[in-house]
Design a protein around this ligand. Structure first.
Ligand code: ZN
Length: 253
């Protein structure tokens, strides 16, 4: 594997085309904005794929050459093919990293990997969001202010958030209206790492904000595969009767 981190930035790419506000903020689409700052970060090569592409741009070949996939979707979760969701799940279990952004909480792939409804409460009122850094030593928090940072206008997401308990909680958000939300959380699924990061409502310029970009850059670096395993369900002879010992990770001696 080369040292360059290969990222595929997936965008639903619907609001980006049919909403004038979103178009004004992200003229090339949200996915292009995200890929652009990842490509500026150093050591990352980001490409984009969108819902409207053949197989949503996520063919076996693309996913086999993806170390980390980022996912933004909102109004067209139901249009994502189940075969592609199966394929992404297999790749995550085998080691690919996955970053789920904002309204991706209700995507098929996130609900599949969480085994939960991923429901939450919400309100779109342009409120201030303050993200508390609750795990400052975590690699995803590298370069962030020690205690918290703010986004001036965002959609509110509130608890309860229908997720399994995170392996690690990284951020907790407070909103002007009083709610709190587990806005940065990680899980391991098989050999792969999953990071959910809340901010990113399409009608606010959230992904232009440097600290938000820093979190996503840190997130894809953290989610880099640090091992891989090709799962299977083989019928095997008793361990004692075998001449060769297979070592998990692939080597045989
Ligand atoms: Zn939203």
């Amino acid at each position: 594997m080369s040292n360059t981190l290969r990222v595929t930035v997936w965008g639903e790419n619907v609001h980006d085309n049919n909403n004038a506000t979103v178009k004004a903020i992200y003229p090339q689409g949200m996915h292009s904005c995200i890929a652009a700052f990842l490509n500026q970060a150093g050591g990352i090569k980001a490409r984009t794929a969108v819902l409207q592409d053949h197989e949503h741009g996520l063919t076996d070949e693309v996913l086999d050459n993806t170390d980390v996939l980022t996912w933004w979707g909102h109004c067209a979760h139901g249009q994502v093919s189940d075969a592609v969701v199966d394929r992404i799940q297999r790749r995550v279990l085998a080691g690919m990293g996955l970053i789920v952004l904002h309204s991706g909480h209700h995507s098929k792939i996130f609900k599949r990997l969480m085994g939960h409804n991923c429901d939450l409460t919400w309100r779109e009122a342009g409120e201030k969001e303050r993200l508390w850094v609750v795990n400052p030593a975590h690699p995803i928090c590298a370069g962030l202010p020690a205690t918290n940072f703010e986004i001036e206008h965002e959609e509110m997401y509130g608890e309860p958030f229908g997720i399994p308990n995170p392996d690690e909680l990284v951020f907790v958000s407070w909103f002007q209206g009083g709610e709190v939300f587990r806005s940065g959380a990680t899980w391991r699924r098989g050999a792969g790492k999953v990071f959910y990061f809340r901010p990113g409502h399409e009608t606010y310029p959230t992904y232009h904000q440097p600290l938000v970009q820093q979190v996503i850059i840190n997130g894809v670096r953290w989610a880099r595969p640090d091992g891989a395993f090709a799962w299977g369900c083989p019928n095997i002879k008793p361990e004692m009767a075998r001449e060769k010992v297979t070592v998990w990770g692939g080597s045989v001696h």
